[in-house]
Design a protein around this ligand. Structure first.
Ligand code: FES
Length: 108
C-alpha cells in the first residue's frame, strides 16, 4: 500500500518551498529542514530539545503534534517564547499532522 504524501510549505526569509515527503522520512522535522534547505547551525543539540537553534513557527498543524512535551515547553519558555505556534522543529515528527501546514524558520 502506498502512503499518502505529506505536503507542507516552508518559508525561510524571502524563500518559500512546498515540501512533499512521507511519514517517518526523517527522525524529525529539524533533520528534514536542515537537509532540504541546507541550513547552517540549525539543530545544534542534535534534537534533544535544549538548544532552540531549530526554532520555527508552525501554522496549521493538527493532531497530537499540537501538544508540546518533553523538553520543548521549558526550553521555549526559558527563551521567552510563549506563542502557541512557536515550536522546536526537532520535537515534531514527520506525520500527517504536518500536512497542509506552513513552517517558517525563525532567525534567533
Ligand atoms: S535541535 Fe536543539 S532544540 Fe531542536
Amino acid at each position: 500500500m502506498t502512503q499518502k504524501p505529506i505536503q507542507f510549505t516552508v518559508i525561510d526569509n524571502d524563500y518559500s518551498e512546498l515540501i512533499e515527503t512521507q511519514q517517518g522520512s526523517y527522525p524529525n522535522l529539524m533533520f528534514l529542514l536542515r537537509d532540504k534547505l541546507g541550513l547552517e547551525g540549525f539543530g545544534e543539540c542534535g534534537g534533544v530539545g535544549r538548544c532552540a537553534t531549530c526554532i520555527i513557527t508552525a501554522e496549521g498543524i493538527t493532531g497530537n503534534s499540537i501538544i508540546k512535551d518533553r523538553n520543548e515547553p521549558a526550553t521555549l519558555s526559558k527563551m521567552g517564547y510563549e506563542d502557541e505556534s512557536t515550536r522546536l522543529s526537532c520535537q515534531l515528527y514527520i506525520t500527517s499532522d504536518l500536512d497542509g501546514a506552513t513552517i517558517t524558520i525563525l532567525d534567533l
